[in-house]
Design a protein around this ligand. Structure first.
Ligand SMILES: [Zn+2]
Length: 222
């Protein structure tokens, strides 16, 4: 029996770690000039609506959830807004630029395809949405805190110009499932150093380093 059980256990633990460690379509990445393919993508159309604020501290990040409060359309693809949350450091790099902070806006299509928008942040001016949200980070790790008296829109996390890079990647934490579509906004937003410090009083760094492209192409919108 001993001879049978040990290899089985080893095989199981290798499987669990395999995608994060040896997957070839992992996120985040560094978008270099050489990796961007010539094919141009259609513009995105965003219809995010205001909704009553629902936020949670999940132990890793601040998450704001939406219920049928927004759509994202790219060409013939249509996605429903699910939630947004934040990361330090920012994860995806643009031409080697590292960002101290990023927002991820998550969407799902009717067929279950996941699509995440990355909004990178540089240090600079105070971000008005973070000014509202940071003081409301729940002290406890628990479920959604509902604030029906406050409206929030994911629109407040988008830059003025909606030009983006697109690549096929993965969840950025275990199990690192692949097949997630990533749109990285070309125009970063800003948060102040004080806001970043305020964030770091609640959350440890929650983003892994960049991963090799392994031949993946990155596309860009017009
Ligand atoms: Zn994320």
């Amino acid at each position: 029996m001993k001879h049978l059980i040990l290899p089985l256990l080893l095989a199981t633990s290798t499987c669990q770690a395999s995608l994060c460690e040896s997957g070839h379509r992992q996120s985040p990445i560094n978008i270099t000039a050489e990796s961007v393919a010539a094919k141009k993508l259609p513009a995105m159309t965003v219809d995010y609506r205001s909704a009553p604020l629902k936020l949670a501290n999940d132990g890793h990040t601040l998450r704001v959830r939406f219920d049928k409060s927004g759509q994202l359309v790219i060409g013939k693809e249509r996605y429903t807004l699910q939630q947004f949350h934040f990361h330090t450091p920012g994860g995806d790099q643009i031409k080697g630029e590292k960002f101290p902070f990023a927002a991820h806006i998550l969407h799902k299509s009717a067929s279950g395809q996941l699509l995440a928008i990355v909004v990178p942040f540089r240090l600079g001016a105070e971000n008005p949405l973070l000014t509202r949200l940071l003081p409301q980070i729940p002290a406890k790790v628990d479920g959604d805190h509902k604030h029906p008296d406050q409206q929030v829109s994911a629109q407040d996390l988008l830059p003025t110009h909606l030009a983006y890079y697109r690549y096929s990647g993965s969840l950025t934490a275990a199990p690192c499932t692949e097949g997630v579509e990533w749109l990285v906004m070309k125009q970063p937003l800003e948060l102040s150093a004080a806001q970043l410090t305020q964030w770091q009083q609640h959350f440890k760094d929650n983003m892994r380093g960049v991963n090799p492209l392994y031949g993946r192409a990155v596309f860009e919108s017009q």
